[in-house]
Design a protein around this ligand. Structure first.
Ligand code: NDP
Length: 330
């Protein structure tokens, strides 16, 4: 079994020597556990937060120990009722090839119903984040104009498409390359999109949304959040899902300079944590699953192969190498 350990807490951009790929014995499953051979591992921006010691919504990874993350794999031994050898399960012991998992924390997934990797993305955690963030936290309603940043990523691409499918008057996205912008407009059906590296966000946003926006779904923070606060119409909502532009910052980053707009336009700015919204999981899968199956909702995955490339895949997400969900295939 090979698994990735965190050796030291990164300062700024994580470096290769903050981590080590370590060879260990394949674990023996205890009573009530199953042994899983992982097939797909998730790498996600929030993992950067867990590499730091600072208090957040998820506990820091422990130094000298294997890291964690979403994973889907095949059960190869079972000491638990209800899960058989050959079943596939979603669980939380990624960054490794083999995992002994408490059966009560593993969720069986159907390899026939959808590709296994989708349980980490479009039908999984990032999908639910998009769904709950837009519909529940963002109080999206038909006719709203929606702006989403990180729009060619896993969460963002789904936010924009769900908004379109549910009758948004206009959907605007931003992303970090012209190729991603093209994908948003030509394949995902966004009404407008721009490359935030091509010019100030405020200028590009006001051009793309001349009548303002009603919901901003923030994956990025910083300049994007300030521009969006400026563009939100009366009673607009900003859903703060992520601030990836700041995850490697070593100093506190300045906030939006136009907070008075929150008062003037009676805006609501609210954070979302996907873990608070698992009560919507069934509703999410029954509504979004058929859209994915029929191709009405499109998704991309960027697949990196091999446990040895798990770290590079994670760094790739922070750099923007991915289009759609970044997945490691073992
Ligand atoms: P993505 O698939 O969107 O990958 C991250 C993307 O962020 C990259 O592809 C890159 O795309 C973009 N990015 C990187 N640096 C910057 C920057 N400085 N400015 C603007 N964009 C940048 O990841 P996810 O869909 O998994 O996550 C998206 C966001 O949602 C993250 O902020 C994440 O932390 C958050 N999240 C929050 C959850 C919650 O419960 N609150 C749950 C899941 C995710 P580009 O080429 O466009 O720059």
């Amino acid at each position: 079994n090979r698994e990735w350990h965190l050796l030291s807490r990164p300062v700024g951009w994580p470096k290769a020597d903050d981590f080590a790929l370590v060879e260990t014995e394949v674990p023996t499953p205890g009573e009530g556990q199953v042994l899983v051979r992982n097939k797909y591992l998730s790498v996600d921006p929030y993992m950067r937060g867990r590499m730091s010691a600072a208090k957040s919504y998820a506990a820091p990874f422990e130094l000298g120990k294997v890291m964690q993350g979403g994973a889907v794999g095949e059960v190869i031994a079972s000491n638990a009722e209800g899960i058989e050898v050959g079943d596939h399960v979603l669980h939380f012991f990624g960054w490794r090839e083999y995992a002994a998992v408490d059966a009560k924390t593993a969720v069986k997934v159907d390899a026939q119903a959808a590709p296994l990797s989708t349980y980490l993305g479009v039908l999984g955690m990032t999908g639910l984040t998009a769904y709950a963030g837009l519909l529940r936290v963002g109080s999206f309603k038909e006719g709203d104009a929606v702006f989403v940043s990180g729009a060619a990523g896993a969460v963002g691409g789904q936010v924009g498409q769900i908004a379109k499918l549910k009758g948004a008057s206009r959907v605007i996205g931003s992303a970090g390359s012209d190729e991603k912008v093209k994908l948003l407009v030509e394949e995902y059906g966004f009404d407008a999109a721009f490359n935030y590296k091509n010019g100030p966000v405020w200028e590009q946003l006001t051009e793309a949304a001349p009548d303002g926006i009603d919901v901003y779904f923030d994956n990025v923070g910083g300049e994007h959040l300030e521009a969006a606060i400026g563009a939100l119409n009366l009673k607009g909502r900003a859903v703060v899902c992520g601030m990836i532009s700041q995850y490697n910052s070593t100093e506190p980053t300045p906030g939006p300079r136009n907070m008075v707009k929150i008062l003037q336009n009676r805006l609501r700015v609210e954070g979302i944590l996907v873990g608070d919204h698992y009560d919507l999981q069934q509703q999410f899968v029954s509504e979004v699953g058929p859209w994915v199956a029929s191709g009405q909702l499109k998704y991309r995955e960027t697949v990196v192969e091999g446990i040895e490339n798990n770290l590079e895949a994670f760094l790739g997400v922070l750099r923007g190498d991915n289009t759609g969900k970044m997945i490691v295939k073992l």
